[in-house]
Write a protein that binds this ligand. Structure first.
Ligand SMILES: O=c1[nH]c(=O)c2nc[nH]c2[nH]1
Length: 461
């Protein structure tokens, strides 16, 4: 069985279907009614394929293919800190945990260990595309790109720009140096993957408080020359927003700072967007800027509850981010689960929507199908790859995961099977119930195989 998102609230189930993928990883046919060998042979004949040259992966009972997850916001360099945040909030967390860890990755053997594990874990959780923040170090950033490329994860790799307010031991010397270092990583990645097919650079001003006006302006120019995507943070935490007001007294808002320097555009991914005002959200919608929703991190660092339905209704494209290590988990399935729960909080009394009528508040709740949409198609839109990934359609890439919910045949005695994962399927569930069980109780044990552009990049042993 294959399952794909059609629209925000419409998950399509393809039963007895075959997705045919060519040697380059492109989907060339999606056939239904393929339950008989004869039907499959007819498809092969039409494609000019011979049975001997085709390798077939079957989904057994209880298994299904699902588009690979897109993580629209993850700091690979913070991976060793997952779960380590105590009671901190954004600004003290950055100083206490984050900057020291990132700075330490200028040691390339350490960076190699950290990045390899981060890529392996995210692949094992079904993430086929990730928008990564690395560090300010050029060599370590290049290493992250090399590893994504060799391990086969589709990735956007950003060398972090921060030439303002950082600690003495971890800061760019000047705008010129920040821009030159960014250009060096772009050239490195061009040498690795000239068409940026699997690994692409992404311009990465850390956030407004850490960037001088010159750096933001310079990155805007660089973006015009290269057409590269860009990523940053916005409006995550109340103290951060106050700091932006102090640092940019002439700007009307946080979003306005980015707009002033020419970087609020359709190629920009804004992480968090928790406390945006109505005017800021309207400006973001007008500029066609994208949002990475990071519910796990927003709860872990007590940042706040982002209003996803409100953003979507303004026409803003939204994807999910793990935000490792503000977020404690490398799993986009966990992010999807938390996106659902956090959206429920908006409907509860005592929350930030208390002034709204109950009917409006209820509308905030996201469904299982909707959070899966954000995890796949929504994410693909956010990273600018909606025509390539996020669904199983002819012409798209085979970026996919084989999920196994471990259905136990009824004839197997209750005490005669080993528990392998947290999802229990009894056999009487409808498919939408199985999917809901996966979203709420699934984890990497259910992710049996993962492919990027047709290449098998993870297989459970
Ligand atoms: O969640 C976050 N993680 C970071 O590393 C960061 N830097 C600025 N703002 C940030 N927010």
């Amino acid at each position: 069985m294959e399952a794909i998102m059609l629209e925000l609230n419409e998950l399509e189930y393809l039963h007895n279907a075959a997705v045919c993928v060519d040697r380059l990883g492109k989907i060339v046919a999606v056939e239904t009614d393929c339950n008989q060998q004869k039907a499959i042979e007819t498809v092969y004949t039409r494609l000019g394929w011979s049975l001997d040259n085709v390798s077939v992966t079957l989904a057994r009972a209880g298994q299904f293919f699902f588009p690979g997850f897109v993580d629209t916001h993850i700091h690979a360099s913070q991976y060793p800190n997952v779960g380590v945040f105590g009671k901190s909030t954004l600004l003290d967390w950055l100083n206490k945990y984050t900057f020291p860890m990132e700075a330490s990755l200028s040691s390339l053997p350490k960076a190699h260990r950290v990045y390899t594990r981060c890529i392996r874990q995210t692949l094992a959780h079904g993430t086929t595309t990730a928008a990564y923040y690395a560090t300010i170090d050029v060599n370590a950033t290049n290493l992250l790109a090399d590893l994504c490329y060799s391990m086969g994860q589709r990735a956007f790799v950003g060398r972090v720009c921060m030439d303002h307010l950082g600690p003495e031991y971890y800061i760019d010397e000047s705008p010129d140096q920040a821009l030159a270092a960014t250009r060096a990583t772009i050239e490195h990645i061009r040498g690795l993957d000239s068409g940026f097919e699997i690994v692409s650079p992404i311009l990465t001003p850390r956030f407004a408080p850490a960037c001088s006006a010159e750096t933001m302006r310079g990155l805007s120019e660089l973006q015009k020359q290269t057409q590269l995507p860009m990523q940053t943070h916005i409006s995550e935490n109340a103290n951060e927003i106050e700091l932006v007001k102090e640092l940019f007294p002439d700007s009307k808002s946080y979003a306005n700072v980015y707009d002033t320097y020419g970087i609020l555009n359709e190629k920009m991914i804004l992480a968090h967007a928790v406390h945006l005002t109505e005017e800021e959200a309207d400006l973001i919608a007008e500029r066609k800027t994208k949002v990475a929703h990071c519910p796990v991190s927003n709860s872990a660092l007590s940042s706040g509850v982002a209003r996803v339905r409100w953003l979507l209704e303004k026409g803003i494209q939204v994807g999910l981010g793990t935000d490792v290590s503000g977020g404690y988990s490398p799993s986009i399935l966990e992010a999807a689960r938390q996106a659902k729960l956090v959206s429920n909080h908006l409907a509860m009394p005592g929350g930030r929507s208390d002034n709204l009528p109950q009917e409006e508040r209820d509308k905030s709740k996201l469904s299982v199908d909707e959070v899966l949409y954000l995890a796949t198609k929504g994410g693909a839109q956010v990273v600018g790859l909606a025509d390539k990934i996020g669904a199983f359609q002819v012409g798209m890439q085979w970026d996919a995961q084989l999920v196994d919910l471990g259905a136990v045949p009824a004839e197997v005695a209750e005490d005669d099977f080993t528990i392998d994962g947290s999802v229990d399927i009894f056999g009487w569930e409808e498919w939408d119930e199985c999917i809901a069980k996966w979203v709420f109780n699934g984890d990497s044990r259910n992710t049996k195989k993962v492919w990027v552009q047709g290449r098998l990049v993870h297989q459970q042993t």
